[in-house]
Design a binder for this molecule. Structure first.
Ligand SMILES: Cc1cc2nc3c(=O)[nH]c(=O)nc-3n(C[C@H](O)[C@H](O)[C@H](O)COP(=O)(O)OP(=O)(O)OC[C@H]3O[C@@H](n4cnc5c(N)ncnc54)[C@H](O)[C@@H]3O)c2cc1C
Length: 481
């Protein structure tokens, strides 16, 4: 948790500095509500995409930046992501930003194994668990060719069919970087992406000629592992994204750094611990928007709401005085638990022979149990820390829709295991990604009121938050050119 304490102590300095800067707002005045990936990226792209400069105030109700990008550190300098943990090479905005800010990228999960851990560990790196047995296991030291061969052996040419369709989807997705556009529904339709979002993952994959074994094993594991949703419920594009996390990256030291750097680069005045309560039209045309927050009342030319509307507790009125509403979205409430134990997982719990190793990352694809009632959705070994080859701490990250049962650790670890510590975090994580062709518009009011998080019904990732932010930044810039 070390970095959090540092951020908290810096916060007071930043807020004081921000308050001084706010007095002298002169350039077009922009309020951004939320300092997560979307809000930070909006500030960055506003300030860096034209010669026009802006006076930007970022309101953040929490005591830290990052929102659903939060890095946990137990004080021994080993960061673990509690929220967004990875991004892929196709995520242009994130990759470019990490390079621009000179942040070190690492292969996601490459910091998992301690150097002095015994070489004799023969655990598989990944397993799909159906509640009774493992349907699929991937060996830890398998070569790239070996893993392709294994997938081809089990799923035949469905692997190739999926890869082809994924490539097509990525090319269509990249069309969204040709900005700006006002309406995501129109842009997604023009790029052919609503063909993917209109049906559920199972129906979409079947339309590609992909068979049920691939869908019910790899497909289901991916959608449950990434979005805690079933492949026959989640929209098809999200199912494809879930299956596309190979070669993923993380930022060494924590993904939050990208957004911290973006905010600093934008010279935005950052108001931490400051909740926006209301956004309403101003009485004077020179002050089109008034933002009421726990810090007071300020006037702005444009307002960007960069947080899910349903949980923001902001009352928003349009320039005509009407209460603004956005498409209702249901966010899944989930628990992320980090636990440090003296043993690896118990093979007995997973119906394996006593002397075998349990796969290091497990996705629960038990389809006989209601998703909300599963004891866990995923369990992943995120780090091993060994004092000697036989004395290690095994740190696991567990995703679940329900709070872990009090005796859960004694079930999944062998008897005699010492639990060194654990830490738990609850999130309103991502929307239930139902099939749809209609997405919330970025424009809440054409007089300069914008909303980024409608993008999450399309795909909920750090990259798509930055994509929405970049698009809205470009639309705002057009107004001032
Ligand atoms: C457990 C988990 C795992 C994930 N894994 C991945 C992953 O591996 N890769 C990936 O790309 N994405 C992942 N995601 C999704 C990703 O985290 C989000 O899509 C993205 O971070 C959303 O960013 P945002 O800025 O749009 O919203 P948020 O991060 O929610 O930011 C909104 C901010 O607004 C603030 N706020 C709210 N109300 C107010 C108010 N009234 N006034 C002022 N401030 C306010 C909040 O405190 C918050 O900081 C994951 C999410 C979760 C929860």
């Amino acid at each position: 948790m070390v970095w959090m304490y540092v951020v908290i102590s810096l916060a007071a300095v930043v807020v004081a500095k921000a308050n001084q800067e706010i007095v002298a707002l002169q350039s077009p005045r922009i309020a951004i509500v939320g300092a997560g990936a979307g809000g930070a990226a909006a500030a960055f792209y506003l300030q860096n995409s034209s010669n026009q400069s802006f006076d930007i105030v970022v309101y953040e109700s929490a005591d830290r930046i990052g929102g659903r990008v939060e890095t946990f550190d137990d004080g021994e300098g080993h960061p673990i992501e509690l929220g967004a943990s990875l991004f892929v090479p196709a995520n242009k905005n994130l990759i470019d930003a990490a390079r621009f800010f000179d942040l070190s990228l690492m292969k996601h999960g490459s910091d998992k194994h301690a150097t002095n851990e015994s070489d004799n560990i023969k655990a598989d790196s990944f397993g799909i668990w159906n509640g009774k047995s493992f349907l699929y296991k991937r060996p830890r030291s398998e070569s790239y060719i070996g893993s392709i061969a294994r997938l081809l052996y089990r799923y035949g040419f469905d692997i190739v069919r999926f890869q082809r369709q994924r490539q097509r989807a990525i090319e269509s997705f990249l069309d969204l970087y040709n900005q700006p556009f006002h309406d995501l529904t129109d842009a997604a339709y023009a790029a052919g992406l609503t063909d993917y979002t209109m049906s559920n993952g199972t129906a979409l994959f079947e339309s590609f000629g992909i068979g049920s074994k691939f869908i019910q094993e790899l497909g289901l594991a991916a959608t449950r592992g990434n979005y805690l949703q079933n492949i026959d419920e989640i929209q098809g594009l999200a199912a494809m994204v879930s299956l596309s996390t190979d070669n993923a990256y993380s930022v060494k030291g924590g993904n939050w750094q990208i957004f911290d750097k973006m905010l600093k680069n934008a010279s935005a005045a950052l108001l931490l611990n400051t909740s926006v309560i209301a956004v309403q039209p101003g009485a004077d045309p020179k002050d089109p928007w008034i933002v009421r927050s726990s810090d007071g009342v300020r006037a702005f030319d444009q307002v960007v709401i960069a947080t899910p509307f349903h949980s923001s507790n902001i009352s928003v009125h349009s320039s005509s005085g009407d209460l603004v509403k956005v498409q209702p979205v249901y966010y899944l409430h989930m628990h992320v638990t980090i636990v440090s134990a003296s043993s690896r997982l118990d093979p007995e719990y997973f119906n394996l022979k006593p002397d075998t190793y349990v796969p290091e990352s497990i996705v629960n694809c038990d389809s006989d149990t209601n998703a909300a009632d599963l004891p866990f959705h995923t369990i992943s070994l995120v780090q091993t820390r060994c004092v000697t080859s036989s004395s290690c701490q095994y740190i696991y990250k567990i995703f679940s829709l329900r709070k872990l049962k009090p005796d859960f650790y004694s079930e999944i670890f062998p008897s005699g295991t010492e639990i060194y510590w654990d830490y738990s975090k609850e999130w309103d994580s991502f929307p239930r990604l139902d099939p749809t062709t209609h997405f919330q518009s970025f424009v809440l009011d054409s007089n300069g009121l914008w909303y980024l998080n409608g993008m999450e019904q399309f795909i909920s990732t750090m990259e798509t938050s930055t994509l929405a932010a970049r698009n809205v930044a470009n639309l705002i810039i057009q107004k001032f050119l």
